[in-house]
Unconditional design. Sequence first.
Length: 403
Amino acid sequence: MGDYPKDLQHFFVAGISYKKSDSGTRSRFAISNEQYAWILAAAKQRGIAELFILSTCNRTEIYGIARDIEQLVVLLCEATGESTQLFHSIAYLHRGKEAVQHLFEVATGLDSQILGDYEIVGQIKLAIKFSKENQGIGPFIERLYNQSLQTSKLVKNNTALSSGTVSVSFAAIQYLKEQVRDVAAKNVLLIGTGKIGRNTCKNLVDYLGCRNITLVNRTYEKARELAQELNIRALPAEQLNEGIADADIIVVAANADEPIIRAAQLTAPKQQWIIDLSIPNNVHPEVADLPLKNLLNVDQLSRMKDETLQMRMNEVPKARTIISTQMAEFLDWCKMRKQLAVLGQVKIKLEEIHTCTTFTSSDDTAERIQKVLNTMAAKMRVRNERGCHYLEAINDFIAIGIN
């Protein structure tokens, strides 16, 4: 499958992420299961040995063993109908060791939008599973995948990289993720589309996968513009109470001088989560006393995130040390795998030499060949010289025959 070595130097990753592209652009390169299946089928026809795709709200990445990285880029762009020029303008491209390190950093949460987020591990598992079911995974990626999972587990169990939350806005997102079951399917009302409101809304979409979001703003046009950008709903301020009644989650990021949500407006007999990101508070404290209503304000969110980011940053060196150790182990496996391939080829050559009349001798040929291969393997472990292994092995084979 392809006339190139299936080794580390032919392992690539090409991707885009939240770092250089907005959610609208990323959505253009998102890969559905149908597109994923098409890519895997096309990859086989084009000589791409192994491949998997990680497509989430925050990133789309294609990993593969290929002749060159452009094969992967073209596949991704053909599947999405987007141009390679656009992709390259926002993409990162890695090869060999850099590609391996990138996957380890993704799997351990070092490359996550929220530092230390391990939700990506589950998404990697699903991506690998789909590729396996479509015969897209071979021995290289299989080994790399298992090593990345082990690395992620070691970082999670031996560092505090995932502890706490890192900003008030992210604290709200983290709170919802932890407290609200099946949060992506809930109805969300977001009041206020200023900077905090916009960022929070995008995090609801990108990080939690929420799509049932209704925006309300004092100026309806601003809410409508953001709603169109994110393909969600906007509601006039006059219909605020209607939005409150329908919502499971209410996020308030307004800038009013006094509360705009009071207990009298929360009459729906269901559990609701109300998060007030406004200063001064735009949700009256009396709401906290209502049954089935869970109110969280900026002060409470701030206590959740205070010192957390610095604590997580302090854990990064520990995580990188673990990654370095795991990478060294994987690279040793790559080296051994390459040596086994060379030894296999040498064995074939020595067996061919044995068939020549000049060197045909006793019946202990198999023993002689194995002795030569053992010597060669020992030499390869202590030095990395190219081009001399075949000649040395042949000389040893002949010398053993003479002796």
